[in-house]
Design a protein around this ligand. Sequence first.
Ligand code: GLN
Length: 483
Amino acid sequence: MNIRFKTLSELKKLLETKEISSCELVSETFKNIASSKTNSFITLDEERSLIKARAFDEGKIKGDLAGIPIAQKDLFCTKNLRTTCGSRILENFIPPYDATVVENLNAAGSICVGKTNMDEFAMGSSNETSYYGTVKNPWDFERVPGGSSGGSAAAVSEGLICAATGTDTGGSIRQPAALCGITGIKPTYGRASRWGMIAFASSLDQAGTFARNAEDCALLLNHICSHDTKDSTSISDEQENYLENIDDDLKGKKIGIVKEFDISNLNKEVQDSFEESKKIFEALGVNFVEVSLPNIKLSVPTYYVVAPAECSSNLSRFDGVKYGYRAKNINNLEELYIKSRSEGFGDEVKRRILIGTYVLSAGFYDAYYKKAQQSRRMIKNDFMEAFKDVDIIMSPSSPSSAFKIGSKTEDPIEMYLEDLFTISANLAGVPAMSIPHGFAYGLPIGLQLMGNYLEESKILNFAHQYQKNSDWHIKSPNLEEIS
Ligand code: GLN
């Protein structure tokens, strides 16, 4: 049976009615991955996947996601399965434990077929910083899939897998979801456990998921999110069922349009798609209200102080001693540190460590880091004010569609601007998602929906209603044409 491009819910049904077995599903998945040219996986786990599939077929595994193949971003620790975080420094790292998110998805019966490619330590917007090679966008192999969770997004977009995890520190789920024409969500900061997620910027990092539609995302989120005592920032509020309100009527609800997000200088097709999407919501009885986030212009500069600062501290653990890559022909300890880190990290990671160390150093701390923390609070307060008047906030997910591989690598600032619309949600800690809503230059673009704290149900409800009244999420790349 051709399983490519089937949604999670469709596959679940096929398993339930026994039209397909999990063994067939897993074998088909590996066949499709083997013929793929997008480089979206770093490590595969075929043998164990088939053992699990057999166990499901024999009725030994139960659960909401039982028997379904999924993929994990290579930033989540997976017990006895190599976890590289896209870096040379972790090329041979085999974690002795599972991340909580992985544990949760395993407990629901899903089968992790492998680890997806990503920007090194999740630093990037194009997947070009991965030590394991660039991922290609399934819609156009000359273009990037977005990043940092580009492998996960490309794998779902290409129909290799119906769902894959991602992490989002400044947009790494939403921007690749947009550029690959799929749905992706990052919940409220602290809603999913960070235990076992290799840290980039701990106060911003959040796990989430990619799927073919909002309904599947809701089902996955029901398992990805949990309270975890192993993560001190984990939220203990009662866990919601994200599918419960997904069909709610939107009549009389309000969407905020951010006054300060000037989209008039973006590509005409991006603007037109935005207007069309507004009309879809209007037809569902939604009202539009202008909201102001006066400090939003500080988002990118604030992020590029806070994130590197935290990264420089988090990445200090990779020293050639504890685990990971160790340089050869060393004469003393200092040389061991310097050589292992110089050879183990790529350029972008080094750039962030340098910036981070600088902004945290005595004499500069007040001028940069403290100021960034203050502006971060102002951005958060802006969101709190705005959400007094509206249910959700809507914007484009990224400034345009997928760009050519190599076209922004020489200009880091240009690359950083990819996250113009996404970064503020991480600084504020609010949930946000991206759904496909049109094309620019013949390539998919995304619509961002942001919600108030712990209101992921609300954005999923808006997204689901949108998808019931549009067909952008059903479109898929024509693989024959581009291969
Ligand atoms: N593109 C952003 C960066 O390079 C965000 C990455 C992310 O969300 N992990 O930092």
